[in-house]
Design a binder for this molecule. Structure first.
Ligand code: MG
Length: 354
């Protein structure tokens, strides 16, 4: 008996340790397709040689986005710049074959292979080559330290500052890399309906400066609002949308939007699995004798790019039209993070009261 337990104990220990270092307890984060790891994302580069044709000669740089559109299916856009609302010079949808995507269409001829795009385009009679390299384009505010006087809301150690919106202790996961991950109600409903749900800060806030890092998984089987959806709420009411919006239009319900209130100025969304940043300044409404004299205002930077510029919140960021005219909050409220059935991860969250 003694010998047995001596053997079992280290085995259990090894099992727990290995588990603790997994990226997540869900396959959505751990079993990522090779093509998503090697091909998906932003590319930066330009035309090679000394083109004679007017267009490549005067537009030397070239960019691309390779966007997951399904299992083994990608939307590819080539353009003059990223996150500037530059119209694509060329867009197509293509499949992965043998770890590569090969495109030959409309004078474009290129191959996307591990971390690069190599190919050419015909300009009249001239064939001009180009080379682009994959670039994660890490946000300039990534890892930003809390300023003096800030409250650290999450640093990877515990959920002490948080509770579920119905007051339960937080049932989301803390991962070994210092992030938290949504444990969705939708995945646990049958086993235990008390798992998952949105969370909120125990403290309440009015005017604040706020920093958060987040990332969404690939979810190749999902699309639209069903993919990488969460939300960041100020004063318990106004939502800066979190959604896998990589390569999308930048609509009013996508990443960087104030949900169904204001579309982002540009779509600065990064590819799934890449850590991104939200840096927000929020000012609560002002009242005089119980009457709103100034609506709330909000400025939002997504990955260091201004996407909401001192926007006056004229109505609630509600899904239903009928709820948008709800009363303006007249006292401090919590910061909330939404469980929208997707396993979003968050880290380095802090807030400073202004
Ligand atoms: Mg949302």
């Amino acid at each position: 008996m003694f010998r047995m337990s001596k053997l079992i104990f280290p085995l259990i220990f090894i099992f727990i340790s290995a588990n603790a270092f997994a990226q997540s307890k869900s396959p959505i984060w751990n079993d990522v397709a090779k093509a998503d790891l090697e091909l998906m994302g932003d590319y930066v580069g330009g035309w090679l040689g000394e083109p004679e044709s007017n267009w490549p000669n005067n537009n030397p740089r070239l960019f691309a986005q390779v966007v997951n559109a399904g299992v083994g299916i990608y939307d590819i856009h080539l353009m003059q710049d990223l996150n500037r609302r530059a119209q694509p010079e060329f867009s197509t949808r293509a499949n992965v074959k043998r770890d590569k995507i090969t495109v030959k269409k409309d004078g474009w001829n290129f191959v996307i292979s591990k971390d690069k795009i190599e190919g050419s385009r015909m300009f009249g009679e001239e064939e001009v080559n180009f080379l682009l390299e994959r670039d994660p384009r890490i946000s300039p505010t990534m890892g930003k330290k809390p300023p003096q006087g800030a409250i650290v809301l999450f640093d990877g150690s515990d959920f002490d500052e948080w509770e579920h919106t119905d007051g339960r202790a937080v049932t989301w996961n803390i991962l070994a890399d210092g992030s938290m991950e949504i444990e969705p109600t939708a995945e646990n409903r049958d086993a235990d309906p008390k798992i998952g749900g949105g969370i909120q800060t125990k403290r309440k806030f009015g005017d604040v400066k706020f920093h958060m890092e987040f990332r969404y998984p690939v979810e190749p089987d999902r699309s639209g609002q069903g993919r990488g959806n969460s939300g960041l709420f100020f004063q318990g009411a106004y939502e800066a949308q979190v959604l896998n919006s990589y390569g999308l239009e930048g609509f009013w319900n996508q990443l960087g939007a104030l949900y169904k209130h204001s579309a982002p100025l540009v779509n600065a969304a990064r590819a799934p699995m890449i850590w991104q940043t939200y840096d927000v300044t929020y000012t609560a409404a002002r009242f005089e004798e119980g009457v709103v004299v100034e609506n709330p205002r909000i400025t939002v930077y997504l990955n260091g790019t201004l996407v909401q510029d001192d926007v006056e919140l004229k109505h609630h960021t509600a899904h239903w039209q009928n709820s948008r005219e709800d009363p303006v909050p007249d006292e401090p409220g919590p910061i909330m993070l939404q469980d929208h059935s997707n396993r979003i991860q968050f880290r380095n969250i802090w807030i400073k009261e202004l």
